[in-house]
Design a protein around this ligand. Structure first.
Ligand code: SF4
Ligand code: SF3
Length: 563
């Protein structure tokens, strides 16, 4: 079932990155990222990660000794988030973060020395780098990238930890902006980052960190759920318009709900409409945002369609997080309409900063929108969503009745991401060919492969239940645990739930690790297994968790349903 791919050892290429599902040739991007990341950007990101580890080496010592580290906390989140696939294509922003990290690291080191504490000698290499000039920095980056770990299995486990931490940083950052935090998450981030540069760590130790990253991943998603629902109410069943209105619009993308709240407030009464894009679609499900009449609908599909859809949208676009596709072709003219905020960034675009209270002034975007034409309609109709844990629990009686009457035989968790690969047509076909007595549980942008299909309902329960963003995969876990309780099962794996997850970037890695931590077995991930998993590490995951890949729709239907 698996395709095992050989990693090139010690390649002398321009860059090496294998963190996402689109890694070139299923091995790694070495000349230029499929995502658009160029070698210079890749190297700067490697250097940023190296710097973050240096900060962690110091902050972990001080944290153990009860010091206040609020500046470090946010730095960890922001820097890791900047290196997620499709989040930041702005060299200056990355360089600024590297320089800030060096300053932090050296400042913390002084405090440590002053207080008579000690950083373990084995981390000494994390303190050598100083940013003198770009050329030297890029040269140094070659020593600290992914390929610094020669042993492929150790590299695989180390990088899996780092990718999980990136996803964790993203979710924790959103919660942080809504005033929710967990010191335990920062503590884990530091320890786990250090584990990835610690030659004393064997495979078992690293694997324990992998699973612990899943544990704190559950915590990060739980806190974000608490932050989002605490601020904006529990998502409820909602139909979302996918057509357009007559006014000029602003399109908001990414996952940050605080940003959409501020944007909706500031656009009130301006004659500008607000539309969601890709992972921001679930904002429509929150009660707090329903009062805005100018919150018109969702425009377009998942992130990778943006180069086409941003052209026809006509108005400004605000990225609050990934996924950005750099419009590097000269034929694409929308770049001057793109704005970024938070850890997102793209060279040549305007970046909106928050003031010291976390407030942002979006007036420039609003003025820009006023000069633009209304969006061109690309589709019409409605989609339905809002099936996060509270809403599903509210429907529990109906769902249980349908299960007991044999009308619902299985639930299929198809959460995760969408991306460009042709192979992803699998997920549309899979959804279409599923037996009619099944319900799809989804979250994340994977849904765009099937959320506009006429899949019908079972006794009024739609066959695609969208919980929300990828972080709302937490909701799916809550629902599974609730069902386990209702059906009085000893093991979560006895539930009639199939996991067929589409992954792309590192938040999906964190979601996978979270599910593994929760004891979920037999998860299938696709369309390909991660390039960062070696044959040996894959075997461990197969033996321990029965992790699997996917093949063809027909084969997989037979595997899952025995038909
Ligand atoms: Fe390649 Fe993905 Fe890395 Fe981009 S993020 S360089 S596509 S592996
Ligand atoms: Fe990810 Fe780009 Fe879809 Fe939140 S953000 S899921 S891929």
């Amino acid at each position: 079932m698996f395709k095992f791919l050989k990693k090139e050892q010690g390649v002398q290429d321009e860059m090496f990155c294998y963190q996402c599902q689109e890694a070139a040739r299923g091995e790694g991007c070495t000349i230029r990222g499929v995502c658009g990341k160029i070698p210079r950007e890749a190297k700067l990101q490697d250097l940023l990660l190296h710097t973050v580890k240096g900060v962690a080496a110091c902050s972990s010592v001080l944290r153990e000794n009860g010091e206040d580290l609020s500046e470090v906390d946010y730095y960890l989140l922001d820097s890791l988030f900047k290196t997620i696939t499709n989040a930041n294509f702005d060299d200056k922003a990355i360089i600024d973060s590297i320089k800030k990290g060096i300053e932090l690291r050296d400042g913390l080191k002084e405090i440590i020395n002053g207080k008579g504490f000690k950083v373990e000698k084995k981390y000494k290499d994390l303190f050598k780098f100083k940013y003198e000039d770009d050329e030297k920095a890029l040269k140094y980056a070659e020593k600290v990238g992914v390929l610094r770990t020669e042993d492929e299995d150790a590299r695989s486990l180390r990088e899996m930890i780092v990718y999980g931490l990136k996803g964790m940083a993203a979710y924790t950052e959103h919660a942080y902006r809504l005033g929710k935090e967990s010191p335990k998450i920062y503590e884990h981030m530091e320890k786990a980052l250090l584990a990835t540069v610690d030659d004393d760590m064997g495979a078992d130790d690293l694997l324990a960190y992998v699973i612990d990253t899943g544990k704190y991943g559950v915590e990060a998603m739980r806190i974000l759920d608490e932050a989002n629902t605490g601020a904006y109410g529990h998502p409820e069943i909602t139909t979302v318009n996918i057509g357009v209105g007559q006014n000029p619009g602003i399109l908001i993308s990414g996952h940050d709900l605080k940003d959409i709240e501020m944007l909706l407030e500031q656009t009130k009464g301006t004659g500008i409409d607000v539309y969601t894009h890709s992972e921001m679609l679930p904002a429509h499900y929150y009660p707090a945002f329903k009062k805005y009449e100018h919150f018109v609908g969702n425009y377009g599909g998942s992130w990778w369609h943006q180069t086409k859809e941003f052209e026809s949208f006509n108005g400004p676009i605000l990225f609050t997080t990934n996924c950005i596709v750099p419009p590097r072709s000269k034929a694409l003219n929308y770049k001057e309409r793109v704005y970024t905020t938070n850890s997102a960034g793209m060279e040549g675009c305007k970046h909106i900063l928050a003031d010291e209270n976390g407030n942002k002034d979006f007036s420039k975007i609003i003025e820009h929108a006023k000069k633009c034409k209304a969006p061109v309609q690309i589709e019409e109709g409605e989609i339905i969503g809002g099936f996060a844990h509270n809403q599903i629990v509210a429907l529990a009686d109906k769902v249980i009745e349908a299960v007991q009457a044999g009308k619902i035989k299985k639930f299929i968790v198809m959460a995760g991401c969408d991306a460009r690969m042709q192979d992803r047509k699998y997920y549309t076909e899979f959804a279409e060919k599923l037996p009619k007595d099944t319900i799809i549980l989804t979250a994340g942008c994977a849904k765009y492969r099937y959320n506009k299909l006429p899949l019908g309902d079972i006794d009024g329960i739609p066959r695609v239940l969208d919980a929300g963003q990828c972080n709302d995969s937490y909701s799916l876990a809550v629902v599974a645990m609730k069902l386990q309780e209702i059906f009085q099962l000893d093991d979560i794996n006895e539930l009639p739930i199939i996991y067929n997850i589409a992954w792309y970037e590192q938040k999906a890695v964190l979601v996978l690790l979270a599910l593994l931590y929760l004891g979920v077995k037999n998860i299938h991930i696709g369309p390909t297994l991660p390039a960062f998993l070696t044959e040996n590490v894959t075997k461990i995951l197969v033996d321990k968790f029965a992790l699997g890949g996917i093949t063809t729709v027909d084969e997989d239907m037979k595997m899952f349903f025995g038909e």
